[in-house]
Design a protein around this ligand. Structure first.
Ligand SMILES: O=P(O)(O)OC[C@H]1O[C@@H](O)[C@@H](O)[C@@H](O)[C@@H]1O
Length: 397
Protein backbone atom coordinates (compact mmCIF):
# COMPACT_ATOMS: atom_id res chain seq x y z
CA UNK A 1 0.00 0.00 0.00
CA UNK A 2 2.91 2.34 -0.56
CA UNK A 3 2.09 5.54 -2.37
CA UNK A 4 2.21 5.40 -6.14
CA UNK A 5 5.66 6.68 -6.97
CA UNK A 6 5.05 7.04 -10.67
CA UNK A 7 3.29 10.37 -10.29
CA UNK A 8 3.06 13.26 -12.69
CA UNK A 9 5.36 16.26 -11.99
CA UNK A 10 6.99 14.42 -9.11
CA UNK A 11 3.72 14.08 -7.17
CA UNK A 12 3.26 10.83 -5.32
CA UNK A 13 0.06 9.59 -3.75
CA UNK A 14 -2.97 7.41 -4.36
CA UNK A 15 -6.27 8.52 -5.81
CA UNK A 16 -8.08 6.21 -3.41
CA UNK A 17 -7.80 6.92 0.31
CA UNK A 18 -6.69 4.09 2.58
CA UNK A 19 -7.60 4.34 6.25
CA UNK A 20 -4.81 1.96 7.16
CA UNK A 21 -2.32 4.70 6.39
CA UNK A 22 -3.58 6.73 9.37
CA UNK A 23 -4.07 3.87 11.80
CA UNK A 24 -1.73 3.10 14.68
CA UNK A 25 1.92 3.57 13.89
CA UNK A 26 2.19 6.22 11.19
CA UNK A 27 5.81 5.54 10.39
CA UNK A 28 4.89 4.14 6.96
CA UNK A 29 3.12 7.35 5.98
CA UNK A 30 4.67 10.13 4.00
CA UNK A 31 6.34 12.57 6.41
CA UNK A 32 3.72 12.09 9.15
CA UNK A 33 5.58 14.05 11.78
CA UNK A 34 6.14 17.54 10.36
CA UNK A 35 2.62 18.80 9.79
CA UNK A 36 1.10 17.01 12.79
CA UNK A 37 3.85 18.34 15.01
CA UNK A 38 3.32 21.88 13.74
CA UNK A 39 -0.43 21.67 14.37
CA UNK A 40 0.09 20.17 17.81
CA UNK A 41 2.17 23.24 18.68
CA UNK A 42 -0.79 25.60 18.10
CA UNK A 43 -1.24 26.30 21.84
CA UNK A 44 2.48 26.94 22.49
CA UNK A 45 2.62 29.04 19.27
CA UNK A 46 -0.16 31.22 20.57
CA UNK A 47 1.46 31.73 24.00
CA UNK A 48 4.86 32.46 22.49
CA UNK A 49 3.42 34.93 20.03
CA UNK A 50 1.52 36.76 22.79
CA UNK A 51 4.80 37.14 24.69
CA UNK A 52 6.63 38.39 21.58
CA UNK A 53 3.87 40.90 20.83
CA UNK A 54 3.98 42.16 24.43
CA UNK A 55 7.68 43.03 23.95
CA UNK A 56 7.31 44.62 20.50
CA UNK A 57 6.34 48.11 21.61
CA UNK A 58 2.80 48.00 20.19
CA UNK A 59 1.82 50.59 22.82
CA UNK A 60 2.96 53.39 20.48
CA UNK A 61 -0.12 52.64 18.37
CA UNK A 62 -2.34 54.07 21.07
CA UNK A 63 -0.52 57.42 21.18
CA UNK A 64 -2.50 58.88 18.31
CA UNK A 65 -5.85 57.52 19.44
CA UNK A 66 -8.47 55.66 17.46
CA UNK A 67 -7.71 55.32 13.74
CA UNK A 68 -10.14 55.99 10.90
CA UNK A 69 -9.69 52.41 9.62
CA UNK A 70 -7.48 49.40 10.14
CA UNK A 71 -6.13 47.54 7.12
CA UNK A 72 -4.69 44.03 7.42
CA UNK A 73 -2.45 43.46 4.40
CA UNK A 74 -1.16 40.04 3.33
CA UNK A 75 -2.07 36.97 1.33
CA UNK A 76 -3.00 33.36 2.09
CA UNK A 77 -2.89 32.52 5.78
CA UNK A 78 -1.66 36.03 6.58
CA UNK A 79 -4.86 37.38 5.05
CA UNK A 80 -6.98 35.05 7.19
CA UNK A 81 -5.66 36.90 10.26
CA UNK A 82 -7.55 39.95 8.97
CA UNK A 83 -10.75 37.91 8.72
CA UNK A 84 -10.18 36.73 12.28
CA UNK A 85 -9.64 40.28 13.50
CA UNK A 86 -12.84 41.43 11.80
CA UNK A 87 -14.91 38.67 13.39
CA UNK A 88 -13.36 38.99 16.87
CA UNK A 89 -13.87 42.78 16.73
CA UNK A 90 -17.49 42.02 15.85
CA UNK A 91 -20.27 44.10 14.33
CA UNK A 92 -20.01 46.84 16.96
CA UNK A 93 -16.38 47.61 16.10
CA UNK A 94 -16.25 51.43 15.87
CA UNK A 95 -13.91 51.51 12.84
CA UNK A 96 -13.83 49.47 9.64
CA UNK A 97 -11.48 46.46 9.58
CA UNK A 98 -10.43 45.70 6.02
CA UNK A 99 -8.44 42.85 4.60
CA UNK A 100 -6.25 43.85 1.66
CA UNK A 101 -4.94 40.96 -0.43
CA UNK A 102 -3.13 42.67 -3.27
CA UNK A 103 0.08 44.71 -3.40
CA UNK A 104 0.17 48.11 -1.72
CA UNK A 105 -2.73 49.60 0.20
CA UNK A 106 -6.09 51.01 -0.93
CA UNK A 107 -5.89 54.50 -2.42
CA UNK A 108 -7.65 56.20 0.47
CA UNK A 109 -5.19 55.00 3.16
CA UNK A 110 -3.42 57.92 4.82
CA UNK A 111 -2.15 59.30 8.10
CA UNK A 112 -5.43 58.66 9.91
CA UNK A 113 -5.24 54.89 9.34
CA UNK A 114 -3.40 51.88 10.72
CA UNK A 115 -1.87 49.20 8.48
CA UNK A 116 -0.91 45.78 9.80
CA UNK A 117 1.36 44.08 7.22
CA UNK A 118 1.51 40.33 7.80
CA UNK A 119 3.71 37.72 6.11
CA UNK A 120 4.93 34.49 7.71
CA UNK A 121 8.03 34.45 5.51
CA UNK A 122 8.43 38.21 5.73
CA UNK A 123 8.85 38.34 1.98
CA UNK A 124 5.50 38.22 0.21
CA UNK A 125 5.50 41.06 -2.35
CA UNK A 126 1.98 42.04 -1.29
CA UNK A 127 2.84 42.56 2.40
CA UNK A 128 6.15 44.24 1.56
CA UNK A 129 4.50 46.67 -0.83
CA UNK A 130 1.77 47.37 1.75
CA UNK A 131 4.29 48.16 4.47
CA UNK A 132 6.24 50.45 2.14
CA UNK A 133 3.10 52.23 0.95
CA UNK A 134 1.80 52.67 4.51
CA UNK A 135 5.10 54.23 5.61
CA UNK A 136 5.14 56.53 2.56
CA UNK A 137 1.65 57.76 3.27
CA UNK A 138 2.29 58.37 6.96
CA UNK A 139 -0.14 55.69 8.18
CA UNK A 140 0.64 54.01 11.50
CA UNK A 141 2.29 50.68 10.65
CA UNK A 142 2.89 47.40 12.47
CA UNK A 143 4.54 44.51 10.65
CA UNK A 144 4.39 40.85 11.64
CA UNK A 145 6.55 38.11 10.14
CA UNK A 146 9.76 36.12 10.19
CA UNK A 147 12.80 37.41 12.06
CA UNK A 148 15.56 39.03 9.96
CA UNK A 149 13.35 39.24 6.89
CA UNK A 150 12.80 41.90 4.24
CA UNK A 151 9.60 42.87 6.03
CA UNK A 152 11.53 43.48 9.23
CA UNK A 153 13.93 45.73 7.31
CA UNK A 154 11.01 47.75 5.88
CA UNK A 155 9.49 48.11 9.37
CA UNK A 156 12.81 49.21 10.85
CA UNK A 157 13.35 51.80 8.15
CA UNK A 158 9.87 53.13 8.91
CA UNK A 159 10.57 52.99 12.68
CA UNK A 160 7.47 50.85 13.05
CA UNK A 161 6.98 48.05 15.60
CA UNK A 162 7.87 44.60 14.27
CA UNK A 163 6.66 41.35 15.82
CA UNK A 164 9.24 38.73 14.78
CA UNK A 165 7.36 35.42 14.68
CA UNK A 166 9.74 32.43 14.46
CA UNK A 167 9.26 30.49 11.23
CA UNK A 168 9.23 26.80 12.03
CA UNK A 169 6.58 25.60 9.57
CA UNK A 170 4.77 26.70 6.39
CA UNK A 171 2.55 29.75 6.80
CA UNK A 172 -0.69 27.76 6.91
CA UNK A 173 0.56 25.84 9.96
CA UNK A 174 1.42 29.09 11.75
CA UNK A 175 -2.07 30.65 11.83
CA UNK A 176 -2.14 31.24 15.59
CA UNK A 177 1.36 32.67 15.78
CA UNK A 178 0.43 35.25 13.12
CA UNK A 179 -3.05 35.98 14.48
CA UNK A 180 -2.23 36.91 18.06
CA UNK A 181 -0.04 39.97 17.25
CA UNK A 182 -2.79 41.23 14.89
CA UNK A 183 -5.35 40.97 17.70
CA UNK A 184 -3.03 42.54 20.26
CA UNK A 185 -2.24 45.47 17.96
CA UNK A 186 -5.99 46.05 17.56
CA UNK A 187 -6.39 45.78 21.34
CA UNK A 188 -3.91 48.64 21.79
CA UNK A 189 -6.24 50.70 19.60
CA UNK A 190 -9.24 49.77 21.74
CA UNK A 191 -10.89 47.83 18.90
CA UNK A 192 -11.10 44.32 20.38
CA UNK A 193 -11.71 42.92 23.82
CA UNK A 194 -9.22 40.06 24.08
CA UNK A 195 -7.88 39.69 27.59
CA UNK A 196 -5.16 37.48 29.03
CA UNK A 197 -7.73 34.94 30.26
CA UNK A 198 -9.18 34.64 26.73
CA UNK A 199 -5.71 33.97 25.34
CA UNK A 200 -4.94 31.41 28.05
CA UNK A 201 -8.27 29.61 27.57
CA UNK A 202 -7.84 29.53 23.80
CA UNK A 203 -4.34 28.10 24.11
CA UNK A 204 -5.62 25.49 26.58
CA UNK A 205 -8.37 24.46 24.17
CA UNK A 206 -5.86 24.12 21.33
CA UNK A 207 -3.70 21.93 23.61
CA UNK A 208 -6.69 19.72 24.44
CA UNK A 209 -7.73 19.38 20.82
CA UNK A 210 -4.16 18.49 19.85
CA UNK A 211 -4.27 15.75 22.48
CA UNK A 212 -7.57 14.39 21.10
CA UNK A 213 -6.13 14.42 17.57
CA UNK A 214 -2.85 12.63 18.37
CA UNK A 215 -1.44 10.35 15.69
CA UNK A 216 -1.43 7.29 17.97
CA UNK A 217 -5.17 7.28 18.69
CA UNK A 218 -7.63 5.47 16.43
CA UNK A 219 -10.48 7.00 14.49
CA UNK A 220 -13.18 6.00 16.97
CA UNK A 221 -11.64 8.31 19.60
CA UNK A 222 -9.78 10.72 17.31
CA UNK A 223 -12.25 13.26 15.85
CA UNK A 224 -9.80 14.43 13.18
CA UNK A 225 -9.18 10.94 11.79
CA UNK A 226 -12.93 10.28 11.83
CA UNK A 227 -13.63 13.55 9.97
CA UNK A 228 -10.87 12.84 7.44
CA UNK A 229 -12.34 9.44 6.60
CA UNK A 230 -15.86 10.90 6.40
CA UNK A 231 -14.60 13.40 3.83
CA UNK A 232 -12.45 10.93 1.91
CA UNK A 233 -13.45 10.73 -1.76
CA UNK A 234 -16.13 13.42 -1.44
CA UNK A 235 -16.42 17.06 -2.44
CA UNK A 236 -16.51 18.79 0.94
CA UNK A 237 -18.97 21.63 1.34
CA UNK A 238 -18.13 23.58 4.50
CA UNK A 239 -20.69 26.05 5.72
CA UNK A 240 -20.45 28.21 8.84
CA UNK A 241 -23.65 29.29 10.60
CA UNK A 242 -22.35 32.73 11.72
CA UNK A 243 -19.70 35.22 10.54
CA UNK A 244 -17.28 33.64 13.03
CA UNK A 245 -18.06 30.12 11.82
CA UNK A 246 -17.76 31.38 8.23
CA UNK A 247 -14.13 32.35 8.91
CA UNK A 248 -13.48 28.84 10.27
CA UNK A 249 -15.21 27.35 7.20
CA UNK A 250 -12.96 29.28 4.82
CA UNK A 251 -9.92 28.26 6.84
CA UNK A 252 -10.98 24.63 6.43
CA UNK A 253 -11.17 25.26 2.69
CA UNK A 254 -7.59 26.59 2.71
CA UNK A 255 -6.30 23.57 4.61
CA UNK A 256 -8.16 20.93 2.60
CA UNK A 257 -6.93 22.50 -0.63
CA UNK A 258 -3.26 22.86 0.33
CA UNK A 259 -2.75 19.82 2.56
CA UNK A 260 -5.23 17.25 1.22
CA UNK A 261 -5.51 18.73 -2.33
CA UNK A 262 -9.32 18.51 -2.23
CA UNK A 263 -11.59 20.98 -4.00
CA UNK A 264 -13.77 22.59 -1.37
CA UNK A 265 -16.77 24.85 -1.35
CA UNK A 266 -16.84 26.98 1.79
CA UNK A 267 -18.63 30.01 3.11
CA UNK A 268 -21.10 31.46 5.51
CA UNK A 269 -24.56 29.95 5.61
CA UNK A 270 -26.39 33.30 5.58
CA UNK A 271 -24.89 34.02 2.17
CA UNK A 272 -24.68 30.57 0.61
CA UNK A 273 -28.23 29.86 1.73
CA UNK A 274 -29.35 32.28 -0.98
CA UNK A 275 -28.02 30.29 -3.93
CA UNK A 276 -25.30 27.76 -3.37
CA UNK A 277 -27.55 25.58 -1.33
CA UNK A 278 -28.83 24.55 -4.76
CA UNK A 279 -25.79 22.27 -4.89
CA UNK A 280 -27.76 19.85 -2.73
CA UNK A 281 -30.04 19.17 -5.69
CA UNK A 282 -27.26 18.74 -8.23
CA UNK A 283 -25.02 16.21 -9.93
CA UNK A 284 -22.89 15.68 -6.84
CA UNK A 285 -25.83 16.03 -4.44
CA UNK A 286 -29.22 14.36 -4.62
CA UNK A 287 -28.66 13.14 -8.21
CA UNK A 288 -25.66 11.10 -7.00
CA UNK A 289 -27.34 10.00 -3.79
CA UNK A 290 -30.53 8.96 -5.58
CA UNK A 291 -28.49 6.30 -7.40
CA UNK A 292 -27.48 4.72 -4.14
CA UNK A 293 -29.62 1.65 -3.52
CA UNK A 294 -28.99 -1.94 -2.59
CA UNK A 295 -28.92 -2.96 -6.26
CA UNK A 296 -26.47 -0.19 -7.15
CA UNK A 297 -23.79 -1.37 -9.54
CA UNK A 298 -20.14 -0.57 -9.04
CA UNK A 299 -20.35 2.40 -11.41
CA UNK A 300 -22.70 4.13 -8.96
CA UNK A 301 -20.29 3.46 -6.10
CA UNK A 302 -17.74 5.48 -8.02
CA UNK A 303 -19.91 8.60 -8.10
CA UNK A 304 -18.37 11.58 -6.35
CA UNK A 305 -20.68 12.93 -3.71
CA UNK A 306 -20.97 16.06 -1.63
CA UNK A 307 -20.25 15.85 2.06
CA UNK A 308 -21.52 18.72 4.19
CA UNK A 309 -19.56 20.03 7.15
CA UNK A 310 -21.74 22.37 9.19
CA UNK A 311 -19.77 24.62 11.52
CA UNK A 312 -22.36 25.52 14.02
CA UNK A 313 -22.05 28.63 16.15
CA UNK A 314 -25.17 29.25 18.22
CA UNK A 315 -23.62 32.40 19.77
CA UNK A 316 -22.65 33.12 23.33
CA UNK A 317 -25.35 33.18 26.02
CA UNK A 318 -25.75 36.68 27.39
CA UNK A 319 -23.63 38.29 24.65
CA UNK A 320 -25.43 41.40 23.50
CA UNK A 321 -22.53 42.69 21.37
CA UNK A 322 -23.46 40.55 18.36
CA UNK A 323 -26.76 39.54 16.81
CA UNK A 324 -27.72 35.99 17.80
CA UNK A 325 -26.90 33.64 14.89
CA UNK A 326 -29.93 32.32 13.08
CA UNK A 327 -29.96 28.72 14.29
CA UNK A 328 -33.00 27.88 12.17
CA UNK A 329 -30.95 28.15 9.00
CA UNK A 330 -28.39 25.64 10.27
CA UNK A 331 -31.18 23.25 11.32
CA UNK A 332 -32.91 23.68 7.97
CA UNK A 333 -29.77 22.96 5.93
CA UNK A 334 -29.02 19.83 7.97
CA UNK A 335 -32.61 18.74 7.38
CA UNK A 336 -32.48 19.48 3.63
CA UNK A 337 -29.26 17.47 3.31
CA UNK A 338 -30.67 14.59 5.37
CA UNK A 339 -33.79 14.35 3.19
CA UNK A 340 -31.59 14.08 0.10
CA UNK A 341 -29.38 11.38 1.63
CA UNK A 342 -26.38 13.74 1.73
CA UNK A 343 -24.28 13.13 4.80
CA UNK A 344 -23.45 15.97 7.13
CA UNK A 345 -20.87 16.40 9.90
CA UNK A 346 -21.70 19.01 12.50
CA UNK A 347 -18.91 20.79 14.39
CA UNK A 348 -20.23 22.91 17.26
CA UNK A 349 -18.44 26.07 18.46
CA UNK A 350 -17.51 25.87 22.13
CA UNK A 351 -15.91 28.24 24.58
CA UNK A 352 -16.52 31.47 26.43
CA UNK A 353 -15.04 34.07 24.04
CA UNK A 354 -14.90 34.62 20.29
CA UNK A 355 -11.25 33.59 19.98
CA UNK A 356 -11.73 30.32 21.82
CA UNK A 357 -14.89 29.56 19.86
CA UNK A 358 -13.01 30.11 16.64
CA UNK A 359 -10.21 27.81 17.83
CA UNK A 360 -12.79 25.14 18.69
CA UNK A 361 -13.98 25.19 15.07
CA UNK A 362 -10.52 25.29 13.49
CA UNK A 363 -8.38 22.81 15.45
CA UNK A 364 -9.97 19.48 14.54
CA UNK A 365 -10.48 20.29 10.81
CA UNK A 366 -6.84 21.44 10.62
CA UNK A 367 -5.72 17.99 11.82
CA UNK A 368 -8.31 16.28 9.59
CA UNK A 369 -6.79 17.96 6.51
CA UNK A 370 -3.42 16.42 7.36
CA UNK A 371 -4.86 12.95 8.06
CA UNK A 372 -6.76 13.08 4.77
CA UNK A 373 -3.52 13.87 2.94
CA UNK A 374 -1.77 11.00 4.70
CA UNK A 375 -4.64 8.61 3.87
CA UNK A 376 -3.91 9.37 0.20
CA UNK A 377 -0.17 8.96 0.69
CA UNK A 378 0.36 12.69 0.08
CA UNK A 379 2.98 14.70 1.93
CA UNK A 380 1.04 17.59 3.49
CA UNK A 381 4.24 19.60 3.99
CA UNK A 382 5.26 19.52 0.36
CA UNK A 383 2.91 21.14 -2.11
CA UNK A 384 4.78 21.27 -5.41
CA UNK A 385 2.15 23.39 -7.18
CA UNK A 386 2.50 26.12 -4.53
CA UNK A 387 6.30 26.15 -4.64
CA UNK A 388 6.41 25.95 -8.44
CA UNK A 389 4.05 28.89 -8.73
CA UNK A 390 6.21 30.87 -6.30
CA UNK A 391 9.35 29.95 -8.27
CA UNK A 392 7.75 31.21 -11.45
CA UNK A 393 6.49 34.45 -9.90
CA UNK A 394 8.49 35.73 -6.93
CA UNK A 395 11.63 33.65 -7.35
CA UNK A 396 11.18 30.99 -4.69
CA UNK A 397 10.07 30.60 -1.07
O1 LIG B 1 2.77 34.59 4.84
P1 LIG B 1 3.60 34.64 3.60
O2 LIG B 1 4.97 34.10 3.81
O3 LIG B 1 3.61 36.04 3.04
O4 LIG B 1 2.93 33.72 2.54
C1 LIG B 1 1.67 34.00 2.05
C2 LIG B 1 1.07 32.80 1.32
O5 LIG B 1 1.90 32.48 0.23
C3 LIG B 1 1.36 31.46 -0.58
O6 LIG B 1 2.17 31.29 -1.70
C4 LIG B 1 1.25 30.18 0.20
O7 LIG B 1 2.52 29.74 0.61
C5 LIG B 1 0.38 30.43 1.42
O8 LIG B 1 0.32 29.26 2.22
C6 LIG B 1 0.91 31.58 2.23
O9 LIG B 1 0.02 31.85 3.28
Amino acid sequence: MGPDDDGVAGITGDRLPDERRIEGDLSESTNPGGALWALASAGPQLRESAALAADAGLGVLADEGRPRAIVVAGVGTAARTGDILATVAGPRCPVPVLGHRSAGVPGWVGAADVVLAVSASGRSPEALAAAEAAARRGARLVAIGAPDSELQAVAERARAPYVAVPRRAPARLSLWALTIPVLLAARELGLVHVNEADIAETARRLDEDAERCRADTDAYVNPAKALAMNLAGSIPVVWGSSPLAGVAARRMGDMLAANSRYPVISGELGEVGRGRVGLLDGVFGSLAEGKKDIFADSEDDELTRLRIVLMRDDGLDGDDTAPKPDTRRADAVADLAGRRGIRCDVIPAEGGCALERLASLIAVPDFASVYLALAHGLDPMRVPAVSELKDQTVGGD
